[in-house]
Design a protein around this ligand. Structure first.
Ligand SMILES: C[S@@+](CC[C@H](N)C(=O)[O-])C[C@H]1O[C@@H](n2cnc3c(N)ncnc32)[C@H](O)[C@@H]1O
Length: 257
């Protein structure tokens, strides 16, 4: 199975996503606020990438009352969950909403957008800079790509616990905000804000279970998985240490062409 299919299948299986995705909901709310602050007028053509169950979609629909939307995700089940959730919102606005299964790294679209938005999906991309460059070719002049993604500090506690126990860590390497800022500022006008969200769990196990429930537990295929024995030993050791802290470093970015 290729990497995009592995990601799609993990998220398709996340039936309880909306129940466990407290962080994703909060980040989508914050991204929507940043978009409102950066955009003076509502958009007419909106593309969303990685819609999940629709936390950001709901804001996009409310904030762009006359827009045509293309709401997409790599997982067909996620698209369906989002559509079901959005159908329950009685919007008085005149909007056209289309849904599609699409890999945001290879967008199959032949139109341009005023706003391309994505909350917490870009961390699954193989080459974020190349994907952003490609997506920006789908923007009207003066339009923007607004996203949130994970930064390098994310899960540093888990990484260091794995390192100490000599267990391979499946967590991907996320971008350093300053380096990302430097690179994207060369492409176009780039605004960035970094937020750290700290979560505390009774132990490492509920932290890992939460990732599983939201479909974010699968290591990338090129990562060597830990042997079950070593992984269990690590969890037992962490269990003795009590509460487990996890930091999420969230990068909010808005690229205007
Ligand atoms: C952590 S969820 C976030 C979902 C939603 N935006 C939210 O804030 O709740 C990540 C979503 O990105 C989707 N995704 C992952 N890789 C993708 C890709 N290459 N193209 C489009 N969607 C992708 C997953 O299927 C999943 O629905």
């Amino acid at each position: 199975m290729g990497e995009p299919s592995r990601v799609a299948s993990a998220f398709s299986g996340a039936n309880a996503y909306a129940q466990y995705a407290w962080l994703q909901r909060r980040v989508a709310d914050h991204l929507a606020q940043h978009i409102r602050q950066q955009r003076t007028a509502s958009a007419q053509q909106v593309l969303e990438i990685g819609c999940g169950t629709g936390f950001l979609t709901e804001h996009l629909i409310a904030d762009n009352p006359h827009a045509d939307f293309l709401i997409t995700d790599i997982s067909t089940q996620m698209v369906q969950r989002c559509r079901t959730a959005m159908d329950q919102i009685n919007s008085p606005n005149s909007q056209t909403i289309h849904y599609a299964t699409m890999d945001g790294q290879h967008p199959s679209i032949d139109t341009t957008y005023e706003l391309i938005a994505s909350s917490l999906a870009f961390q699954w991309f193989d080459d974020l800079d190349a994907s952003i460059a490609l997506l920006s070719t789908q923007l009207e002049p003066g339009s923007m790509i607004a996203f949130s993604t994970l930064g390098a500090e994310t899960f540093h506690q888990w990484r260091s616990a794995c390192k100490k126990a000599n267990v391979p860590c499946a967590t991907p390497n996320y971008p350093e905000p300053d380096a990302l800022n430097n690179r994207l500022s060369k492409q176009a006008t780039f605004w960035m804000h970094v937020e750290r969200i700290h979560a505390e769990y009774p132990s490492a196990w509920p932290f890992l279970q939460e990732l599983r429930h939201i479909g974010a537990h699968r290591p990338r295929s090129e990562r060597q998985p830990a042997s079950t024995g070593r992984f269990r030993a690590l969890l037992r050791r962490l269990e003795h240490l009590g509460n487990f802290q996890a930091t999420y470093q969230i990068i909010y970015g808005i690229l205007t062409v």
